[in-house]
Design a binder for this molecule. Structure first.
Ligand code: PEP
Length: 253
């Protein structure tokens, strides 16, 4: 089996409230990353903080954008394109976070455009997928993940899959304190890897990192990442506390 290095990522969402607080938080998080840390670390932060936070963390932590606009220029007020991000040295972004799907009404097709545009500009994307509570209760998890994966990655070539990380984030677990059990998460991750295998073959499925997201905490991280198909975490609320996120970064491995 391909050895996948663990990947712990934070999503700050609409936090913190000022640049100074962002720098303070980033300083604390960066100080938790040492040569002994068992993983790569990334933070997805609000656009206005990207450059200052990048300067603060140096090469210890990857800094990415929480969203992108697939168009490159023109009449798209409020948009931020991959080219703009790349011009400030930012080469990572999230796509398809459930808050973007639900609140900002981003469709699978738009999310696919974002993924393709990031890759076209030689950037990396964390594609977030996951079912709602209703879909979970109707046992539609595999079907929902398959649709979101296939639509999100449509037209993306095998050779570019090294720029793609998948985050499985059950919507019912995001920000609710209801973390999926390691067993449930492992079973979905295994399904996702199987879907990737059908799409891109075994080698790519084996080398693609699949993160779990949804109320991950310093207490729950060890059990989750101990599972064979869970390669790390996308962490929202708990990434706003440097000490707690430091514990998640330096999880048992
Ligand atoms: C997220 O924002 O992607 C997330 C998983 O949030 P939380 O960890 O707060 O559930």
């Amino acid at each position: 089996m391909y050895a996948r290095k663990a990947f712990i990522t934070g999503n700050w969402k609409l936090n913190p409230q000022t640049k100074d607080e962002a720098i303070e938080l980033a300083t604390g998080i960066a100080s938790a990353v040492t040569d002994d840390s068992p993983c790569d670390v990334a933070l997805f932060v609000p656009f206005p903080y990207i450059e200052s936070v990048q300067e603060t963390v140096g090469d210890k932590v990857i800094i990415g954008a929480e969203a992108t606009t697939p168009q490159i220029n023109g009449a798209f007020t409020g948009g931020v394109s991959p080219v703009m991000l790349k011009s400030i040295g930012c080469t990572w972004a999230l796509a398809g976070h459930s808050e973007r799907r639900v609140i900002f009404k981003e469709s699978d097709e738009e999310i696919n455009e974002q993924c393709k545009m990031l890759i076209e500009h030689d950037m990396n994307v964390v594609l977030c997928i996951g079912e709602t509570l209703e879909e979970f209760e109707k046992e539609l998890v595999g079907a929902v993940c398959e649709i979101q994966l296939k639509k999100g990655l449509a037209g993306i070539d095998k050779k570019d899959l090294d720029k793609v990380t998948i985050a499985y984030e059950p919507v019912w677990a995001i920000g609710t304190g209801k973390v999926a059990t390691p067993e449930i998460a492992q079973s979905v991750h295994e399904t996702i890897r199987g879907i990737l295998k059908g799409m891109y073959g075994e080698k790519i499925a084996d080398s693609t990192r699949i993160l779990y997201g949804g109320s991950v905490s310093p207490e729950s991280v060890d059990g989750l990442v101990a599972k064979p198909d869970i390669d790390g975490a996308l962490v929202g609320g708990a990434s706003l506390n440097a000490e707690g996120f430091g514990r998640i970064i330096n999880h048992e491995s």
